[in-house]
Design a protein around this ligand. Structure first.
Ligand code: PLP
Length: 390
């Protein structure tokens, strides 16, 4: 496999087989540099350089980068500190009423659902969840829950637990057929899977930075479709919510007529700058290329696991798979197995009774070989020690 990155930008690749982007990806070195530069400047110069104009414009580069990633306009993007924060503000903005419902899945990442549940506790709207047997959700079960009272369909594009990928076009059509909004959490897909938010007519999308985008903790973006930009009053507001933020008059708020209205306060601005660099880097490589590269890594892993008769629990259908590969190791405690793999310099995550492998574009085929060899070693060691052994 021909490498598509310079591994010097991801030093962790020199120490271990890092197969854990679905948890936290190593930050792209260019992002790290931008963050450190901003922090150092503020530490040493206060607001001499990071003045009011710089603060007002702090997200311009991130908006431009994210607009390229999602095929939308810069003014359709808002910056925030986390996907959960942006989604919470949006959920309070939409605030579906007592006769309406919100559709999601039972196995979605909690942060994708909790904001809606919290709003539902207040407004009395109904939450409808498609069942997820063994974490797999039949997309038609999601669609069957949508009816004329559905206000929002909120799903994670790719499920954290098994890498299942939903067809955004299909869900968008199903939601819109009932005048519901499709709101997507792209935290487990953006940067690894191409997303055409405008083409799929997604209504809103949130995305954290520290997974497949190789950005920092402390930054996130939201896409808000143009038709919603003047419709909703954000759930979270502050001095930055006003269209001319430095006017600083507490007796009025005039919201910007763009997605920017969901930006409300100060934040670790350097993280937004770092995320901008990370997205620019990914877009420069090309997300299609990253997807194809990652798929080859996943193919090697799937093949290796299948040769060892290990049960793969992530979907294998082309339309649903990603480079998140999950597997159940019969008779093994997943946390113990993940710990032993870590001791052998292979980073994966244990989630319930499965092991989640999540290779990304900085990995190479030998990382997969190394993981498989270590698995063999751990399983063989147990056979030779036998039951009741140490
Ligand atoms: C699908 C999904 N959404 C949201 C989050 C959390 O995002 P944030 O930390 O930016 O709120 C995660 C974290 O694992 C996730 O997997």
């Amino acid at each position: 496999m021909k490498l598509i990155v310079d591994t010097a930008d991801f030093p962790v690749t020199r120490q271990c087989a890092y197969l854990n982007a679905a948890n936290v990806a190593p930050m792209y070195r260019g992002a790290q540099k931008a963050i450190i530069a901003w922090q150092t400047d503020v530490a040493e110069n206060g607001s001499i350089n990071f003045d009011e104009t710089a603060e007002a414009n702090a997200f311009e580069r991130l908006r431009a980068a994210a607009s390229r990633l999602f095929n939308v306009r810069p003014e359709d993007i808002a910056a925030g500190s986390s996907a959960t924060e942006l989604l919470s503000s949006l959920a309070w903005a939409v605030a579906p009423g007592p006769d309406s419902n919100v559709v999601s899945t039972q196995v979605v990442f909690p942060s994708t659902l909790y904001p809606w549940q919290r709003v539902a506790n207040h407004t009395g709207c109904q939450i409808r969840l498609a069942k997820g047997g063994s974490n797999y959700v039949d997309p038609d079960d999601v669609i069957r829950l949508i009816d004329k009272n559905t206000a929002v369909v909120c799903i994670s594009h790719v499920e954290y637990s098994n890498g299942q990928r939903f067809d955004l076009q299909k869900l968008s059509e199903a939601a819109h057929a009932h005048d519901a909004l499709l709101i997507v959490d792209a935290t487990q897909s953006a940067g690894a899977i191409p997303i055409d938010a405008a083409g799929c007519a997604i209504d809103a999308l949130v995305c954290g930075a520290y997974k497949w985008l190789c950005g920092p903790f402390g930054a996130a973006v939201m896409y808000l479709a143009p038709h919603l930009q003047t419709k909703f009053e954000p759930g979270l507001v502050g001095f930055r919510s006003h269209e001319r933020m430095w006017e600083l008059r507490a007796d009025r708020i005039v919201y910007p007529k763009t997605a920017k209205r969901f930006e409300f306060s100060t934040m670790a601005f350097g993280c937004a700058m770092g995320l901008a660099r990370g997205i620019e880097y990914l877009v420069g490589i090309g997300v299609e290329r990253i997807r194809d590269y990652n798929r080859s890594l996943a193919d090697l892993l799937i093949q290796g696991l299948q040769e060892r008769d290990i049960e793969i629990t992530s979907p294998l259908r082309d339309a649903e798979r990603t480079s998140i590969v999950t597997a159940r190791f019969q008779g093994q405690d997943s946390s113990t197995l993940a710990r032993k793999l870590k001791e052998a310099q292979v980073m994966v995550s244990a989630r319930q009774d499965i092991i989640r492998f999540s290779p990304h574009f900085y990995n190479q085929s030998w990382d997969i070989d190394r993981a498989l060899e270590c698995i063999d070693g751990i399983l063989e060691e147990q056979v030779s020690v036998g039951p009741g052994g140490r």
